[in-house]
Ligand binder design. Structure first.
Ligand code: ADP
Ligand code: ADP
Length: 225
């Protein structure tokens, strides 16, 4: 069974905009798939439907063979705009989903500690998001998504708001985590370099109307240590 099965998923918005045409995509365990396409081609719409944040007009999405209905901690979402809770510390942002699950506080903190170390934020537990740079805020958002041990990470232009150098650092970081944690990733970008460097598969979407144009296997050229 694929981790994620997208079958015939389409989306027409209320005004009549066809954001996505019947789209099929199978994501296998440990895939790192980038979805590449110009602005407005329906990348976010597809990811939001997988996340359960939007309902498709047709078709079906299944996670481990079970139909997806609404959002869930089994899909970890990372947005371009970080979307941290500004009134919570870095640690409490990371613990948010764990608290919802009712995990004991010491276990929440141990998990937060582990993932904040993973993203290089040890020592920043008690900081608030506004005290951090954009890159550090996105590291926090990544730690928060990972802390819930999702079956798949859904990332929507996660590094789009960062400067070039920070962006490359974050790409390195994410690739390292993908390898260490054996994660499955679906990653949306309109940057061709990023799409190719990050993925073992690149899915290219056409500008209009939204549909998959091609699906390429990529040899990981990335030097890993
Ligand atoms: P959103 O879900 O992004 O707020 P809209 O406000 O456009 O989108 O749509 C409201 C609801 O109607 C959503 O659940 C959406 O999936 C559904 N919807 C919109 N357009 C259509 C359509 N053409 N066919 C079926 N359902 C639709
Ligand atoms: P991308 O992520 O590739 O930039 P989107 O999925 O955001 O593309 O948008 C695809 C198309 O759907 C665009 O034409 C966009 O304007 C339209 N669209 C996105 N969200 C909505 C919405 N809530 N209501 C109506 N149209 C929308």
């Amino acid at each position: 069974t694929p981790v994620l099965a997208i079958a015939g998923v389409g989306k027409t918005f209320a005004g009549g905009t066809v954001a996505l045409q019947a789209t099929d995509l199978l994501v296998q365990e440990n895939d790192f798939i980038t979805i590449l396409g110009p602005s407005g081609c329906g990348k976010s719409t597809l990811l939001r439907i997988v996340a359960g944040l939007d309902t498709p007009s047709g078709g079906a999405v299944a996670l481990d063979g079970h139909p997806v209905a609404g959002p869930g901690a089994d899909r970890g979402m990372v947005f371009q705009s970080y979307t941290l809770f500004p009134w919570l510390t870095v640690r409490d942002n990371v613990c948010f989903g764990l608290r919802e699950k009712g995990l004991p506080l010491d276990e929440q903190h141990a998990i937060a500690h582990r993932f904040l170390a993973k993203v290089g934020l040890t020592g920043f537990e008690r900081h608030y998001p506004k005290q951090l740079s954009g890159g550090m805020q996105q590291r926090t958002a990544l730690a928060r998504a990972l802390a819930n041990d999702p079956r798949i990470l859904l990332m929507d232009e996660p590094f789009g708001a960062l400067d070039h150098q920070t962006r490359e650092l974050m790409q390195e970081l994410l690739l390292g985590i993908w390898e260490d944690e054996r994660k499955t990733v679906l990653f949306v970008t309109h940057d061709i370099d990023e799409a190719i460097v990050m993925a073992n598969r690149v899915v290219v979407m056409s500008a209009r109307p939204g549909r998959i144009k091609c699906d390429l296997a990529v040899p990981l050229a990335h030097p890993r240590h």
